[in-house]
Design a protein around this ligand. Structure first.
Ligand code: ASP
Length: 327
C-alpha cells in the first residue's frame, strides 16, 4: 500500500531459508500426531505489512507458538511511528489523545483485551497480560494503563509530530468522515498456525481517526474484530468497526467455516451479511481475512483496495482481496 513506507524486505529470499529449516524440522517431527500434509506453519495479516508477517514467520520457524508469533508480529507495526493506524504514531481522537485498542486469543479460547489505552506502545502485550495474569478478559482506559505500569510497561508519548500536525489541520473543519482505504481503516489483524497445528490471533489499532473520545470499535472485541476456535480456524477484521460489531463478524466467519465453508467463502458471506444491513449506503470499507485448520486462507472486502499478507513455506505474498464493489 502506498500509505506506509516499509523497509525493503527480504521476504522471498528468507522464505527459502526458513522453508528448508521447517521442512527438516517437520521431518524430525513426523511422530507428532498433528504434523501432516496440512500447510503449517503459516501467518496471515490484514494489509501489506511484510515486516510484521516476516517477524511472525521467524517466530514460527524457530518453533515458536502461534501466540508468540502473532504478538511479536503485530508489535512491529505498533512500534512503527510511520504507521499511523496502530500503536505509537497512531492518529488521535478528536481531543488529540492517541487511544489504543487490542485483543489476543489463543488455542484454548483464552483471550485478553484492552480498550482506550493511552501512553503504552504495545497494547497487544498488555492484552496478553490481561489474558494470562488476571481472571478478566478486558481492561479499559485508566485501569488498563495502571495495570500496564504494574506489569512493567513504560509510559510514552504516542502522538507523533506528523499525527499531531494532521490533527491540528483536521480541527479546522472537524469533519468526521472516514475515507475509504485511507489511513483510518488500518487495523492490523494477524492469524497464525504453528508447527503443532495450533491457532492464535491478535488484533491492534488506534481506531478510527478523530473518533469521539471514548469510542471503541470492533478491534478489541472478541468475536467482532477477532475470533479463534482451534478446532476450526480464525478470522479478523479491518474497517468501520461499528459495522463489524453489528454482525459479530469474526465469530460469524469462524462459524461459517465450522459449517463447511472455505475461508474465502466465509469471508464473502461475512461481508455480504454487513452489506445486507446497509443496502442504502455502501460508502465504507470492511475487510475480513480468515484461515482454517488446514492452513487455507481467504480475504474479502466491500471496496477495492484491501490487501492481506500471507507467509508460508510457499512464499511471502501480498494478496489483493476481491471486493463486493468492483473497480
Ligand atoms: N476497525 C477499526 C475500528 O473500527 C478501524 C480500522 O480498521 O482501522 O476501530
Amino acid at each position: 500500500m502506498k500509505r506506509r513506507k516499509f523497509l525493503k524486505n527480504s521476504s522471498l529470499s528468507t522464505a527459502g531459508i526458513f522453508s528448508a529449516s521447517i521442512l527438516s524440522a517437520c521431518e524430525t517431527d513426523k511422530k507428532h500426531p498433528l504434523v501432516n500434509e496440512i500447510l503449517k506453519p503459516i501467518v496471515i495479516a490484514t494489509w501489506d505489512v511484510p515486516n510484521a508477517t516476516n517477524k511472525a514467520w521467524q517466530v514460527l520457524s524457530e518453533t515458536g507458538t502461534a501466540l508468540d508469533a502473532v504478538e511479536q508480529g503485530v508489535m512491529i507495526e505498533e512500534a512503527d511511528i510511520n504507521n499511523q493506524s496502530v500503536g505509537k504514531g497512531g492518529r488521535p481522537d478528536r481531543e488529540g489523545n492517541v487511544t489504543l485498542d487490542a485483543c489476543i486469543m489463543d488455542k484454548d479460547s483464552n483471550c485478553g483485551a484492552v480498550v482506550c489505552l493511552q501512553n503504552i506502545v504495545h497494547p497487544i502485550s498488555v492484552a496478553r497480560k490481561v489474558m494470562e495474569d488476571t481472571p478478566h478478559v478486558m481492561l479499559a482506559g485508566k485501569g488498563a494503563e495502571l495495570f500496564a505500569y504494574e506489569k512493567g510497561f513504560k509510559k510514552e508519548n504516542l502522538l507523533s509530530e506528523k499525527s499531531k500536525a494532521e490533527w491540528i489541520e483536521w480541527k479546522k473543519t472537524s469533519k468526521y468522515k472516514p475515507i475509504i482505504n485511507i489511513e483510518n481503516h488500518d487495523t492490523i489483524g494477524m492469524l497464525a498456525i504453528d508447527r503443532k497445528g495450533d491457532i492464535a490471533g491478535a488484533c491492534t489499532t488506534s481506531g478510527m481517526a478523530y473518533k469521539i473520545a471514548g469510542r471503541v470499535g470492533d478491534s478489541p472485541i472478541i468475536g467482532a474484530g477477532l475470533f479463534i476456535d482451534n478446532e476450526v480456524g480464525g478470522a479478523t477484521a479491518t474497517g468501520v468497526g461499528e459495522e463489524v460489531v453489528r454482525t459479530v463478524g469474526s465469530f460469524l466467519i469462524v462459524e461459517l467455516m465450522r459449517q463447511g465453508k472455505t475461508p474465502q467463502q466465509a469471508c464473502e458471506e461475512g461481508v455480504k451479511r454487513i452489506i445486507s444491513k446497509n443496502k442504502e449506503k455502501l460508502d465504507f470499507q470492511i475487510g475480513f481475512i480468515a484461515i482454517n485448520k488446514n492452513g487455507e486462507t481467504g480475504g474479502y472486502c466491500i471496496q477495492p483496495g484491501f490487501t492481506y499478507r500471507v507467509y508460508s513455506e510457499k512464499g511471502h505474498v501480498n494478496n489483493k482481496a476481491s471486493s463486493y464493489i468492483s473497480t
